[in-house]
Design a protein around this ligand. Structure first.
Ligand SMILES: N[C@@H](CCC(=O)N[C@@H](CS)C(=O)NCC(=O)O)C(=O)O
Length: 244
């Protein structure tokens, strides 16, 4: 049985897994879990991931959650080209270092802007308070400064001369706010060049295909039904966390 990939491409960690399997020609069956209508809470999906989060995979009887764990599992199982997750201990540690850092840095910071811009008006009917938005943008700018100074430095890619899982995860994270009209890299020639380089290494067609859903976020939110009060309430709860 082919690898089963449980994803919603509007989700950043899902897109990194999706791009990785497509790019490496790993055969898979896509099982869509539509977050917008709460399919992560279905009984069927909870058997795959009791945490009720995407992405998740099933490889035969083996079920696995958490995008970083999935990416490393697939790189090792399918022996993808070494640059993705290098065998060299220190190069691998560089990739792991970024993958450990990003959860509480770029992912969180970029996700916060996305959620506020996309969801706040939807759940409250009003614009995001300016001070909260400014605070979120400053946090992301600080994260990007660390990203450039500590991780990317003056190398073409995070682990050196070639693309790795770290670049894949990072670029997908930084695409999230673009879906709501905010480009966090604006004004940074170095980071924009890095983004172009990573995009080329992935392949423009695959990159664009994976980001179609997110770049149409505002459009698809218009169809979020008011008749689904539980979903709206869940969104509201996640927004309110950021506004405290
Ligand atoms: N640390 C996890 C994060 C997974 C995650 O938060 N997924 C979100 C979508 S981006 C989700 O499934 N949310 C559904 C929910 O919270 O109900 C990973 O990297 O896979």
């Amino acid at each position: 049985m082919a690898l089963q990939l449980y994803v919603d491409l509007a989700s950043q960690p899902c897109r990194s897994v999706y791009i990785f399997v497509e790019k490496n020609n790993i055969p898979f069956e896509l099982k869509e879990v539509r977050l917008m209508i709460g399919e992560q809470h279905s009984e069927e999906f909870q058997k795959v991931n009791p945490l009720r989060k995407v992405p998740a995979i099933k490889d035969g009887d083996f079920a696995l959650a958490e995008s970083v764990a999935i990416l490393k599992y697939l790189a090792c199982k399918y022996q993808t080209p070494d640059h993705w997750y290098p065998a060299n201990l220190q190069k691998r540690a560089r990739v792991d270092e970024y993958l450990a850092w990003q959860h509480t840095a770029l992912r969180l910071q970029a996700g916060k802007i996305f959620l506020m811009k996309a969801m706040f008006p939807l759940v409250t009917g009003g614009p995001v308070p300016e001070d909260k938005m400014k605070e979120a943008q400053d946090e992301l700018a600080q994260g990007l400064k660390s990203f450039q100074e500590k991780f990317l430095q003056d190398k073409p890619y995070i682990a050196g001369m070639e693309i790795s899982l770290a670049d894949l995860v990072a670029i997908v994270e930084l695409m999230q706010p673009l879906g709501v009209g905010y480009d966090p890299l604006e004004g940074s020639a170095t980071l924009i060049s890095w983004r172009d380089r990573v995009k080329m290494a992935i392949g423009k067609d695959l990159f664009d295909k994976a980001h179609e859903a997110i770049l149409n976020t505002m459009e698809s939110l218009k169809s979020l039904p008011e008749s689904q009060p539980e979903i709206l309430a869940a969104f509201k709860a996640s927004i309110m966390k950021y506004l405290k």
